[in-house]
Design a binder for this molecule. Sequence first.
Ligand code: APR
Ligand code: PHB
Length: 391
Amino acid sequence: MRTRIAIVGAGPAGMFLAHLLHRQGLDCVVVERKDRAHVEGRVRAGVLERVTVDLMTHLGLADRLRREGLVHTGVNLACDGGIFRIDMAELTGGASVTVYGQQEVMKDLFDGAEARGIQVVFGAEDVALHDLDTPAPFVTWRSQGLAFRLDCEAVAGCDGFHGVSRASIPEDAIARFERAYPFGWLGVLTEAPPCSDELIYANHERGFALASMRSPTRSRYYIQCGPEARTDDWPDERFWDELCVRLGPEAGGRVDRRPTFEKSIAPLRSFVVEPLRHGRLVLAGDAAHIVPPTGAKGLNLAASDAIMLSEALAEALGTGDETALDRYSRRALARVWKAERFSWWFTTLTHRFPDMAGFERRMQTAELAYIRGSRAAQTVVAENYVGLPLE
Ligand code: APR
Ligand code: PHB
């Protein structure tokens, strides 16, 4: 098989990129390890910045998003028994976020790909990348006992944190920057109306909690848990008790304690590699960077990487000027680092760290009180939360 761009991984980064390249008339094939149901079924975040909503619109995939997405113009912070709202729209000249689950985004991307004849190979085992430092790289895999080879001009590594793409780059050719956090998030979904119209991020002495949603009848909740926690330790009753205490009496009192599903635990990590290009391999999305989920930036960074990468690939393959790929790396990383900073800061502000001494705790309290009372500080939160512009 031959194509112009081989895309490894059919998550948000790979599928956004495939649609963007297709629109530019650039032939591509997506090679994905799992099947469609698996990729679509993964429960992840669901807060879309304007950049991501605009991208879905640009791709002609936003019909359902416009109908079903929940536009949020504000976000709430709870601490020390109180709660306050940051009016994002008022502080940013009208910007908002749209709550629409990653599962829905994936469904729209896959349905659109099918309708447009964008080729996605599911169930590809033992994917391997070859000759990345030549102008004629290729990708191989196995499926149902048969061996496949895809020749191309460039490979887009969109295969997430555990993928094969980043691992194909020699250790000494990339720099890694990393921070692990000493806790995880335990998340649940429940078929019940959310306890609040807008998201609540709570800093409580027992740990962080987040009230989110997927629709007017489906809620998503998280609590900070220990790094060793297991879902078995958290039967529903214990989860609801803990969540309600942490959200505070007002919001906690409105939580509808129906049976939960999709209970899972995710570790928190900040991670970036530099550069995003090695020969004819370019990285995008979680393959290149991870943010802790506190700022809800992961999916949005996958979208903005895909936009910048599609422009760079069009230029590089159109003119033969490969330095366009280096410019992609620099441009994408500039945006990534700002989102890394915000996600790290917001995590540090809202979580309880096991080694937090009196001084660090007082700093947290003072910073939250400062944000509560300062329009300037709230503007900083709002402008980062709704998403920085694409530069
Ligand atoms: N070969 C082929 N595909 C692979 C391989 C491999 N060796 N390894 C992983 N994949 C696939 C995964 O099955 C997954 O479908 O690559 C895809 C990567 O998708 P994501 O992990 O979702 O990463 P990305 O597209 O960068 O999106 C990042 O989505 O999942 C969230 O939290 C994440 O919000 C972030 C955003
Ligand atoms: C979610 O709804 O899953 C969600 C919302 C906001 C976040 C993280 C996750 O910061």
